[in-house]
Design a protein around this ligand. Structure first.
Ligand code: TMP
Length: 211
């Protein structure tokens, strides 16, 4: 597979979306072909799944295992329909969330069995792992305050308790420790420009090391 697979992760409001955009512009300015995508919602089917997963509706409860399966379904379609083909074309694929979100949110946040999560991640990805994952680390309170400032209302997951979001954050911290060659922590509380500069530095170092 010729391309490079770069994933952005973090708690709500960590700044992934704007950093991905800046990163895409930077890579394009260097002459690279870039494909921007996200989970959930990177395919037509995924857009429908994203709406089901994130809409706040007391009338339509989603059990924890159902939630896990819907994220896995979104991922399975995304890997087959977009990620593998785009990487095969040699592109830089920048993806907003991937398997570590499931470990952090459904594993640490919901407390679901880690073995089950790893099994589903394996099935859904068919073994496709990121070349590098950037974890934008911001305090949960800071991230949620940014989200509230957007004034578009919080979605089903954003509306979870503070304790839930703290467990998710702990998940990322543990993952960054246990997978330190793949997951790189970047301080997401700095200015947008400083975060972007740090991401540029990390990618320049790490992508050179990759095969
Ligand atoms: P976002 O794309 O705006 O960050 O929103 C996606 C939401 O879905 C976010 O709250 C994290 C959550 N999520 C999971 O809980 N598990 C997953 O596997 C993924 C990909 C996202």
């Amino acid at each position: 597979m010729g391309g490079k697979f770069i994933v952005f992760e973090g708690v709500e409001g960590c700044g992934k979306t704007s950093q991905m955009q800046l990163c895409a512009e930077w890579l394009q300015s260097l002459g690279s072909s870039v494909f921007l995508t996200r989970e959930p919602g990177g395919t037509e089917l995924g857009i429908d799944l994203r709406r089901l997963l994130l809409q706040k509706s007391e009338d339509k409860p989603i059990s924890e295992v159902t939630e896990l399966l819907l994220y896995a379904a979104d991922r399975s379609q995304h890997v087959a329909q977009e990620l593998k083909p785009q990487l095969a074309q040699g592109k830089y694929v920048l993806c907003d969330r991937y398997i570590d979100s499931t470990i952090a949110y459904q594993g640490y946040g919901r407390g679901l069995e880690m073995n089950l999560i790893h099994q589903l991640n394996n099935i859904a990805t068919g073994g496709l792992s990121s070349d590098i994952t950037i974890w934008l680390d911001v305090d949960v309170e800071v991230g949620l305050a940014r989200k509230r400032g957007e004034n578009v209302g919080l979605d089903r997951i954003e509306q979870e308790t503070m304790a839930f979001h703290r467990r998710v954050q702990q998940g990322y911290a543990d993952l960054a420790k246990s997978s330190s060659s793949r997951i790189i922590r970047i301080d997401g509380s700095l200015s947008k420009e400083s975060v972007h500069k740090n991401i540029q530095e990390i990618l320049s170092i790490h992508l050179k090391k990759l095969p």
